[in-house]
Structure formats: C-alpha cells, structure tokens
Ligand binder design. Structure first.
Ligand SMILES: Cc1cc2nc3c(=O)[nH]c(=O)nc-3n(C[C@H](O)[C@H](O)[C@H](O)COP(=O)(O)O)c2cc1C
Length: 182
C-alpha cells in the first residue's frame, strides 16, 4: 500500500497549515493509502535546533520518509519565507531524502502578497533535497480559512477549496497509478 508522509512546519498548536495536512491525511486514508503526519512537537527541540541529524529521535521519521512515495510539506509563512521550525526538520533529513518522491508544498500566510514564497523559498530547498517531481503547491491566506474545532480547515473561499482538493486528488492519482510495465 503506498504511503504518504505529511510534514508540518508550524509551531502553533492550532495551526492553519496543519489543518490542511489533517484534511489531506484523511483524504489519503479514505483512498486506501497509508499516511502519517510528522510535526515539530514530535521531536526534541534541542536536537532540531542543533541539527543533530544522527539522533535516534529522528529514526522513525527517516523510516517513514524512506517508505513514502509522496511527501506533503506544509508551512506557515514567516518573514516572507517558510518557518524556521520547518527548516530545522528539513535540515536533519539525508541529503537526497526527497529523490524519487512526488512532493506537494502547502503554505498559509497572513498576507496574500507572500504567496510566491512557495516558489522562491520553499521549492528551492525541496529541490536541494532531491525533489524533481514538485507539484504546483497551494497557498492559503488567513482570511480564506480558519481551523474548526475538529482541527480541520473551514474554507471561506470556494476557489481555494477547489484548488486544494484538486492538488490532493492529483497527488493521490500519482501515487495510486499503476507502475508502467517494464
Ligand atoms: C513570527 C511570524 C511571522 C510571520 N510572518 C509572516 C509573513 O512574513 N508573511 C505572511 O503572509 N504571514 C506571516 N505570518 C502569519 C502566518 O504565516 C499565518 O498566520 C499562518 O497562517 C500561520 O500558520 P499556522 O497557523 O499553520 O502556524 C507570520 C506569523 C508569525 C507568528
């Protein structure tokens, strides 16, 4: 069964970007896939900040990543880029950790003016980790969604919801497509 790893870069307990991941995770499970979310609270802050990439604290994450056909990376926009917390997580991954995997970037931000941060900030670091199959990505600004009491996103923008649903469906289609015969 194909597996998807969802990585959350938000330090917020109630997180808009995290709610998008939870929505996507439930979609993947309903489609018969295996899906796991890894977030900043799953790891010791000291190991993250100090870049202790060989710490056993990251063994499970590396195993999940190695097994994953696809990765969804979600971040809040901080200072016109991805969050520092996300960078600490990406920093501990092996150099070519995303090679051969389809990657969907997601971001939420207070200002629609920072939606290009996915392209100029997040995608380059994902490429540096070996990602070549990078999907377009989805940006949501804070006025377009809030987090419901169930932890799922409540969209106030139908176009955003459609774009997000399409991105999740695209990733599901790629992961579940039969392998070409050799
Ligand atoms: C320290 C900090 C810096 C931020 N910088 C930006 C920014 O430069 N541009 C922007 O659009 N939003 C910025 N924001 C707003 C967050 O990106 C936005 O509220 C986002 O949806 C939070 O996502 P989360 O709930 O998943 O943490 C910032 C928020 C914080 C706390």
């Amino acid at each position: 069964m194909p597996s998807i790893l969802l990585i959350s870069g938000s330090p917020s307990v109630v997180s808009r970007s995290g709610s998008l991941l939870e929505y996507a995770r439930r979609h993947f499970i309903a489609a018969g896939l295996t899906a796991h979310i890894a977030g900043l609270y799953d790891f010791p802050a000291r190991e993250l900040i100090l870049g202790k990439y060989d710490s056993p604290a990251f063994d499970t994450l590396k195993d999940l990543l190695a097994d994953a056909s696809a990765v969804v990376v979600a971040t809040p926009i901080y200072k016109a880029a991805y969050s520092g917390g996300l960078k600490t997580l990406l920093d501990i991954l092996p150099q070519s950790a995303l090679r051969g995997k389809t990657v969907l970037p997601l971001a939420t931000g207070g200002s629609p003016g920072h939606q290009l941060a996915i392209d100029y900030a997040l995608k380059p670091v994902l490429s540096a980790l070996g990602a070549t199959d990078l999907l377009q990505g989805v940006f949501a600004s804070d006025h377009q969604l809030k987090v419901g009491t169930d932890g799922l996103p409540e969209f106030s923008d139908a176009d955003l919801r459609t774009r997000f649903d399409n991105a999740v469906a695209q990733l599901t289609g790629i992961v579940t497509a039969p392998s070409p015969a050799i």
